[in-house]
Design a protein around this ligand. Structure first.
Ligand code: HEC
Length: 215
């Protein structure tokens, strides 16, 4: 009798936990659609408000549905797709002008839209920066830095400037999700925030031995 009761309890638990998983999935979809509605509402149409950016592509959809925890197969699919869309400067030179890279790294203009402080249209058209300090420490001289991403201080000093390192750094900045499927780092080149040449300038800023990053 005792065994039967235990069995009944196990069966009940098994069923209720399946029910729980289904409820959680339903809640998640409902919460997600509420969040989508709120986000859409907070970006009114108007000059310089590029609302097409609210529409998610396949990569973003998968990352949202999985709360940034894609399955192994989904992650491989994303990485393969994002790798394919990396573009390079026409010159083929991935190490640009570090001084210009320094300016782009520090500039916070990065296609911000919304009601609080959208970037002026002139700034959005070709005047963007990388907004790197929002998430990374970079130059040892700059103390106001975020820490969502790893510190990049001394980046080139520790890695050197081999062709592999240069290529990885360029590609990572151009499209972070070509390496970490659901990275929190924006796809800076892919999304047209910066041009391929500007990404090469930032690559030089991170890697050049003369750059303040490596002093
Ligand atoms: C919204 C936050 C955010 C912004 C803005 C951002 N990053 Fe990142 N970055 C991250 C996170 C998080 C990681 C770690 C996860 C990953 O590797 O994708 C990362 C990783 C990196 C890496 C890889 C480091 C390594 O050790 O391999 C590099 C290089 C990098 N970022 C450079 C930049 C540069 C340059 C900019 C500005 C043009 C920038 N990031 C802007 C969040 C950000």
């Amino acid at each position: 009798m005792k065994t039967l009761n235990t069995l009944a309890l196990a069966v009940t638990l098994a069923f209720s936990s399946t029910g729980f998983a289904a409820d959680a999935a339903k809640d998640f979809t409902q919460i997600n659609s509420k969040i989508d509605a709120m986000v859409t509402k907070s970006f009114p149409a108007g000059e310089g408000q590029d609302l097409s950016r609210l529409k998610q592509d396949e990569t973003q959809k998968t990352c949202s549905v999985r709360a940034n925890q894609p399955t192994g197969a989904e992650a491989s699919e994303i990485i393969a797709r994002e790798k394919q869309n990396i573009k390079y400067p026409a010159s083929g030179n991935l190490m640009g002008d570090w001084k210009n890279g320094e300016k782009l790294t520090s500039s916070g203009f990065g296609m911000r839209i919304g009601v609080i402080a959208p970037d002026p249209v002139a700034k959005q058209k070709g005047g963007n920066g990388g907004n790197c300090y929002a998430c990374h420490a970079v130059s040892p001289k700059e103390v106001a830095a975020g820490n969502m991403g790893p510190s990049l201080t001394g980046y080139g000093k520790y890695r050197g400037t081999s062709a592999e390192v240069v290529r990885y750094t360029y590609e990572k900045i151009y499209n972070a999700q070509a390496f970490v499927a659901c990275s929190n780092m924006p796809r800076i080149g892919h999304n047209g925030i910066l041009t391929a040449e500007q990404v090469a300038d930032i690559t030089a800023y991170l890697l050049s031995p003369e750059s303040p990053v490596n002093q």
